[in-house]
Design a protein around this ligand. Structure first.
Ligand code: PRP
Length: 218
């Protein structure tokens, strides 16, 4: 029996979406409509393969997938940890690699050793809370910021930050360093829990095809 249901992908706008589209092309999944850089369209369709794609802000991708507005999503592990949504994480896509770290001026290293009450600035309050409260058992004051988090210790808003480190150049240029590593990060494919049951044949084939390409690229 022919399956007429569309599988919908929510992709994280920007570099992760571009990398995801490249990867999907390598297994024969393309979306020509999406290549038009001037388009104002928000949702793109591949009629032949019965696929739909849309672009969203990173923190919204797990929300679309949890509620089933998208069957599949691609998002950074940082966002998955922070948002804590009920979705299946099925594949590490291997790109967008970076690390979640506690960073600050060298002098702040001492404050981490003696379980002092410190102020932590972060765009990721849940990750920071989990790390300090559950893993380190250190009581801290967490201050949520929305970007340029490195400013926190520079202007004395906080003692340290919990943030993503990729090349380390933002830290270096601002006199900060990695004090502790929390976890490695990369782009992940996530799947809605109901879609995984209802569309298991199509979704499992997609996962297996992607896994083979990723293995061969290693
Ligand atoms: C991210 C992150 C760091 C920087 C790390 O910020 O929050 O600031 O990149 O990259 P690097 O180690 O290669 O320097 P982003 O550029 O996303 O902007 P934001 O500060 O507004 O969050």
């Amino acid at each position: 029996m022919e399956n007429n249901k569309y599988l919908t992908f929510a992709l994280t706008k920007g570099r992760l979406a571009n990398k995801t589209l490249e990867l999907l092309e390598s297994i024969g999944i393309t979306c020509e409509e999406m290549k038009d850089k001037n388009t104002r369209k928000l949702i793109f369709v591949n009629e032949e393969l019965k696929l739909k794609f849309f672009l969203a802000k990173g923190p919204d991708v797990p929300t679309y997938v949890e509620y089933g507005a998208a069957d599949i999503g691609v998002v950074g592990k940082d966002t998955l940890l922070e948002e804590g949504k009920r979705v299946y994480e099925v594949l590490d896509l291997g790109f967008g690699k970076c690390r979640m770290c506690v960073c600050g001026p060298k002098s702040a290293g001492e404050l981490l050793k003696h379980h002092e009450m410190i102020r932590v600035c972060s765009k990721y309050p849940n990750i920071a809370k989990d790390y300090f409260y559950n893993k380190k058992q250190q009581t801290v004051d967490i201050i949520k910021l929305n970007g340029s988090v490195e400013l926190g210790p520079i202007v004395s808003l906080g003692d340290v930050i919990v943030d993503i480190v990729e090349t380390g150049s933002t830290l270096r240029e601002n006199g900060l360093e990695v004090l502790e590593e929390i976890c490695p990060l990369s782009a992940r494919m996530i799947v809605n829990q109901v879609s995984m049951q209802m569309e298991s044949v199509r979704i499992k084939k997609l996962i297996n095809d992607l896994r083979s390409v990723l293995e061969n690229n290693k």
